[in-house]
Design a protein around this ligand. Sequence first.
Ligand code: SAH
Length: 401
Amino acid sequence: MKTIRLRDGKDRSLLRRHPWVFEGSIARGSADSGETVRVEAHDGRFLAWAAYSLQSNIRVRAWSFDEAERIDASFFERRLKRAIALRERLAAGGLLASDGVRLVHGEADGLPGLVVDRYGEVLSAQFLSAGVERWREVIAQQLCAITACTRLYERSDANVRDLEGLPQRSGWLRGADEQGGSTEVVITEHGRRLGLDVALGHKTGYYLDQRDNRQRFAELVRQLGCQTVLNCYSYTGGFSVAALAGGAATVTSVDSSGPALEQARRNIGLNGQNLAACSFADADVNQYLRAALQEGRRFDAIVLDPPKFAPSAAHADRASRAYKDINRLALKLLSPGGLLLTFSCSGGINADLFHKIVAGAGLDAEVDGYLLQRLEAAPDHPTTICFPEGEYLKGLAIIRQ
Ligand code: SAH
């Protein structure tokens, strides 16, 4: 077993059960990519069992803080079972309302770098760190055994793999031949049908974290009587389907991905909703909002759900300006009394900062609003108390004055 010795004073993070160690905290020691190492304090005290990354700034990701625990196949079985048991409990309690569920959410489930979503009977997984890459076969086998799913698609084609020195990869890990190898799935979320493609969709195929916010939007559109809806960064139209379910008269979906908009169109059809009430714009949102403002258009409800503008805290400044700009434009485009749902999924921008950015946008737009509700990710995307950095999705529901 190789050992990684930390510098004096650099043991605090692991002692608080925060799972990361950065390059600069390491005094000595090295290992192969993904190899299990013993991490110790400057004086040799045991801190954690961890996976070593050769290239990433995050050199070490902890598997366990228990010296007696062995990192072997049964360790992964225990962690996967614990993660899946939480989702089963949430589902049994009516807290998930979907057959599209995040089964494993990386660090929060004690499996740094592993993301697993279940879409009906199909699993879709991302192996994003050297540690989970090394245990990939064991994890695949156990996921199928625990869930009784026979089909597992791998979406390890994310850019973060480059930081780990891992090649990007995607394809069936299990069950390639079943059902003709089709990568299309339809899930039912809060009673609404949503088609997705695990091979062609973003991330693992869909954004399950917004499930309850889409439902909240459907309710608010109805409760506030919103007629004209603009869904910005619509992806495959989840918020658009919700708006129509909430009684909206017209819904415009804007996204820069043509295939996503095609799927949005199909999803509206899947729910027997009125396509004639819908329009789709393959456009850059910022430009679309500027043009709509110039044309003097107004909307009763707007959703802003942009991609991650700030991948880390280092990008927060530039990202803040980008968030402020779209929020300013959206606030101006809202009819008085209109509803704005605005989100940030950037880990580098916390909820307080996001509120301040939207406040700045309101000032610039000369528009104030009532803060109706703060929004967050659905409960199958948990944050743990020891790893607050895991919290990434935050949103505000605002009624324009
Ligand atoms: N609200 C969606 C998820 C949005 S993900 C849901 O509920 O499923 C972010 C989306 O923004 C992606 O679909 C991506 O294609 C789109 N996107 C990224 N940059 C964009 C831009 N500049 N203009 C328009 N769309 C953009």
